[in-house]
Ligand binder design. Sequence first.
Ligand code: SF4
Length: 346
Amino acid sequence: MIQAKTDIRKLSLDQLKSWLAERGEAGFRAKQIHEWLWKKSARSFAEMTSLSVPLRELMDQHFAINALTTDNQQHSNDGTVKSAFRLHDAHLVEGVLIPATDRMTACVSSQVGCSLSCTFCATGYMDRKRNLDAGEIYDQVVEIARQAERKFQAPLTNIVYMGMGEPLLNYANVMQSIEHITSPLGLGMSPKRITVSTAGIAKMIKKLGDDEVRFRLALSLHAANDEKRNRIMPINESNSLDNLAEALNHFYKKTGNRITFEYIVFNNFNDSLDDAKELWEFTKRVPARVNIIEYNPIAEADFRNTEADKLDRFAGFLENRGVTVSVRRSRGKDIDAACGQLANKG
Ligand code: SF4
């Protein structure tokens, strides 16, 4: 059997230096190659024109660059662009460009499918096939940044890890992708512009605190009541709200970084004033702002978006009690914008 070549982007700068030294190449070449791979997002060794042809050929014999390609795209009337990206092993993942007046946000995936089976989420109905590596996450950001430049002549300003998969169950690769995104040798973006969104893995939230990360954290909360949350997010059975509150406070103490609760309002499920009161109580336990999000219904589940007046009442209840609340209108309603809908068609 022919062995697949290793993706050169899996090598660190030091590993690249050693590989070059073993072949009698100068150490400074490593930085040049690294720059081609990350800062310039080269998709082939032939593009690396500052290197000698024999070195490019040598690398080509030993390594691959497993770049992703855009398989399918949907453009919404509100400017949202949803892309299905094809990975080198034929799997599909999704990334979304969300334009707004003051920002250009990329929403990226961290896994092919997801193991957490949240009942309102299209990805939750797929099996988790594998983790994405750092290069595959990084490539989504680069592709979406190019879309922003092409379509809106504007740079990407924000990144959210809120696409397919649970980022904290792919911890090492997610962290590595953020290192490259924030490094001056990569995209040089501020970590404050990056938000990792988790369904709530208490142990890994604590680890983020211990690792003193500089990016933001969001918890997909959707119910501040264990019984209700268990019904829509099975991960809550082993990561209860008590566990999460403890882990989030640890994270906050260690990093001082802002925490956001994401709360999708489902009609007649979690949109009453009692639900708002529970959420308010939970914000007293964990210092967090709240993003209230409209729901994009999916074929697999019966959930519906709440009504406008109930949403206003819910948000108003929290605001009147001093909670910082943003209401995020649903984007890309005219396309398959709910996470997992587009890749599932592949
Ligand atoms: S909401 Fe997130 S964690 Fe839950 S199934 Fe969907 S992708 Fe996985």
